[in-house]
Each structure stands twice: as structure tokens, then as C-alpha cells.
Design a protein around this ligand. Structure first.
Ligand SMILES: C[S@@+](CC[C@H](N)C(=O)[O-])C[C@H]1O[C@@H](n2cnc3c(N)ncnc32)[C@H](O)[C@@H]1O
Length: 170
């Protein structure tokens, strides 16, 4: 898929600590149509093949270890740091770029100041205390979906649900 496509989402993770968090992020990437996940640091690199990723999502969503997240920003993508930062835009007020590279910090620290100053936008979610990393990724991708012209068809529900789910609301 070309990074110049209308809606293009990539995720960058700065030195994620927990393999189970990354597994949840990869599942979110699949559900919301993000195309790839870049990460720095060795902590996930070592944990990648262990069993937290029970659906083997890292084999379905390109999951790429890199030295420099900024260098991996897809062509034309706006770099959006998601972090509790003074002066950031509250996510409910944010208009997502069509072509976005969302960058998240690690569970036990914050996004590096160099990344914050090199990005195009900085957004935060006005929560009481910080959220879990994977929860944050889900919230950001959901917020993007909710503000988009998403597919409301029954066919979409039918193709997304489990095979054994034949429930109807009415
Ligand atoms: C558990 S947080 C780390 C602690 C966080 N840097 C802090 O100052 O409280 C892990 C990552 O999730 C994201 N995150 C968690 N809660 C957030 C919030 N309310 N707004 C924006 N980003 C958040 C950030 O990318 C953060 O680096």
C-alpha cells in the first residue's frame, strides 16, 4: 500500500517494555487498519517470539525494529506524538491527518523530548493519570475512526464478527 493513499496509519513505539502490550497494539493495528508498527529498543525485540502475541499478529502486521522512529516516518505522513505534554492538543479536539504516523512512549517513561520537538502535532488524552500504553493506542485509533466516514453497513459487521456469532440487534 502506498503511503500516499487517502487514509494511511502507522504506529511508532519508543522502546516498549511489555510484549503483551505490543501484542494488544498489533491487534488494534489489525482492527483499525494500521499498516505497520515500528519500535525502538531491545526490550520488545527479545520478547517478540514469546507467547504474548497469541494470534501471531507480528507476522500479519509488519512489526519492524528500528534505531530511529523519525527516520521511518512514511512519506507525506504527519508525525503525531501522543503523550501527556503541557501545551499538547486534547485528543477530543484534534483533527487527525489523513496520513499519520502516531508515536507513543514506553510504559515506564515518556516520549523523548527530541521526538516531541521534531513532530508535527502533539496530542494528549485528558485522563486522570496515564493510561496503559496499549489502551492509549486503542483510544487514539478509535478517536480517528469515530471522526471519519466509516463503513456503517451490515456487511461490514458480518465480515468482522466471529463465525459463530449470528446475533441481531432487532
Ligand atoms: C503508561 S504511559 C507512561 C507514563 C506517561 N509518560 C506519564 O507521563 O504519565 C505510556 C505511554 O502511553 C501514552 N499515554 C498514556 N496515557 C496518556 C494520555 N492520557 N495522553 C497521552 N498519551 C498517553 C504515552 O505515549 C505514554 O508514553
Amino acid at each position: 500500500m502506498s503511503s500516499m493513499n487517502k487514509n494511511f496509519v502507522c504506529i511508532g513505539l519508543q522502546n516498549p517494555k511489555s510484549a503483551s502490550n505490543v501484542a494488544s497494539i498489533l491487534r488494534a493495528a489489525g482492527c483499525y487498519g494500521a499498516s505497520s508498527v515500528f519500535y525502538t529498543g531491545n526490550r520488545y525485540r527479545y520478547a517478540k517470539e514469546f507467547n504474548a502475541d497469541t494470534q501471531n499478529m507480528h507476522q500479519k502486521i509488519p512489526t519492524i525494529g528500528v534505531d530511529d522512529l523519525l527516520a521511518m516516518a512514511p512519506k507525506g505522513a504527519k508525525k503525531v506524538v501522543v503523550e501527556l505534554v503541557e501545551g499538547a492538543v486534547p485528543l477530543p479536539d484534534y483533527q487527525h491527518p489523513q496520513n499519520a504516523f502516531y508515536i507513543f512512549g514506553p510504559e515506564d517513561a515518556s516520549v523523548n523530548p527530541e521526538l516531541v520537538s521534531a513532530c508535527d502535532d502533539v496530542v494528549y488524552i485528558p485522563t486522570h493519570g496515564s493510561m496503559n500504553l496499549a489502551a492509549t493506542v486503542n483510544v487514539v485509533l478509535y478517536d480517528r475512526l469515530a471522526k471519519s466516514d466509516f463503513d456503517r453497513s451490515i456487511e461490514f459487521v458480518q465480515q468482522s464478527r466471529d463465525n459463530n456469532n449470528r446475533l441481531k440487534a432487532f
